[in-house]
Design a protein around this ligand. Structure first.
Ligand SMILES: Cc1ncc(COP(=O)(O)O)c(C=O)c1O
Length: 385
């Protein structure tokens, strides 16, 4: 049993608190540019309870392993995955994409990835790590992958095509059903990066938003990566990669002689059960209806923000598809720096000459009412207004 030297402990914790004070924190509501969120309170409790678990050695914690299986079933259901499918818990969108491309490379023996120009930068890591080649496909005026251009680039060396269901910059959705058909006809591995949109699109569709299908109901979709630490309202780090065929995980498995299970799939070895238990608790607590309600209120705040920004005389890059807004500016970097000094965090997207706002569940209309005058003043200072 550890006995505490109380004075020493206090000293350490005051040092931690001092450093933590320098952080922007989600719960204060001033982070408007991140796809992560304040974890739901129930996630916090579950996380702490499962701190000492290791899912890398699952026979040590069969209970936590069962939670993991149930969480994967929940995600698979959300994505309409077939019975033949399997899920792999990952740390987030980057690991989800890496793992998917690892599978595609192993299955095809090829190295070329066709992906939209708007794809997340994690693919740059993939190219470097796995010696794969990225072929960027232009995007259309609607900021989605140009299918005509894509078709021109398909080649016998193509290992995979990647489509986005919720792009990082604008939350756009590539034409997944069309891409799915192309991949079926051409026998190409099709990965859908739904790191952000995976927890948004299913609910928006139920709320009668007209959006393309993006999940396993599109027969050519081979894998989907979805992050719980984004719109899943869970704690960092957690995502899931679901693959259409369970046996595909074998090609990323190795023998694991000194631990209890014979084989281990995926990139990580030791990994905590805490984020899994946290995400599971949130899913059980909110349920399908709870998530739908959450997405609905994020969209209400998005529409409110959109209106307030237009009233300032600024324009948007496009009508938001989901709870991500791009505000057109001449000098986005300059605005971002000034906002940061005033205590507000947004992102710049130089490529699209805009700043990006992500209206996560903790962002309320009251927070937007606080932010708009600051944005207005900042834009006036730098000559944007
Ligand atoms: C579409 C998309 N894919 C992948 C990622 C990477 O996710 P993570 O930072 O959790 O690894 C992001 C992050 O924002 C993303 O938006």
């Amino acid at each position: 049993m550890v006995s505490f030297d109380t004075q020493k402990k206090q000293k350490i914790f005051s040092e931690l608190a001092r450093l933590q004070q320098r952080d922007f924190c989600f719960s204060r509501g001033h982070i408007l540019g991140s796809m992560c969120t304040v974890p739901h309170p129930i996630a916090r409790e579950a996380y702490i309870q499962f701190l000492e678990t290791n899912l890398g050695d699952p026979e040590l914690c069969p209970g936590t392993k069962e939670i993991e299986s149930q969480y994967i079933s929940f995600i698979s259901g959300l994505l309409h995955a077939p019975k033949s499918s399997a899920g792999q818990i990952v740390s987030g969108g980057t690991e989800g994409n890496i793992t998917a491309m690892w599978i595609a490379k192993q299955l095809s023996g090829k190295k070329e990835i066709l992906l939209p120009k708007s794809a997340h930068f994690s693919f740059q890591k993939i190219a470097s790590l796995m010696d794969m080649k990225l072929v960027e496909i232009p995007i259309t005026k609607k900021y989605i992958m140009d299918v005509v251009e894509l078709k021109k680039k398909i080649h016998k060396t193509t290992a995979a095509i990647v489509g986005l269901a919720g792009s990082t910059e604008l939350g756009t959705i590539d034409p997944i059903p069309e891409l799915s058909e192309i991949c079926t006809d051409e026998h190409i591995f099709f990965h859908v990066d739904a790191a952000f949109g995976g927890f948004v699109i299913p609910f928006l569709k139920e709320l009668q938003y007209e959006l393309p299908d993006f999940d396993f109901r599109c027969k050519g979709v081979c894998s989907i990566s979805i992050d719980s630490h984004k719109m899943g309202y869970a704690a960092i780090p957690l995502g899931t990669l679901v693959v259409r065929k369970k046996q595909w995980l074998e090609c990323i498995s190795v023998d694991s002689p000194y631990i209890s299970s014979e084989k281990q799939a995926g990139i990580l070895g030791t990994r905590s059960g805490a984020p899994v238990a946290a995400a599971y608790a949130v899913a059980r607590y909110l349920g399908h209806e709870g998530y739908k309600h959450m997405v609905q209120s994020c969209m209400e705040v998005t529409q409110y923000t959109e209106r307030r920004i237009r009233e300032l005389g600024l324009s948007l890059v496009m009508k938001p598809t989901m709870n991500v807004i791009g505000v057109k500016l001449k000098k986005p970097g300059c605005v971002v720096d000034r906002l940061s000094k005033k205590g507000w965090r947004v992102n710049k997207v130089e490529r699209l000459s805009c700043i990006r706002l992500v209206l996560m569940p903790q962002i309320t209309k009251q927070i937007i009412d606080e932010f708009i005058p600051v944005l207005q003043k900042t834009c006036e200072e730098v000559g944007e207004l």
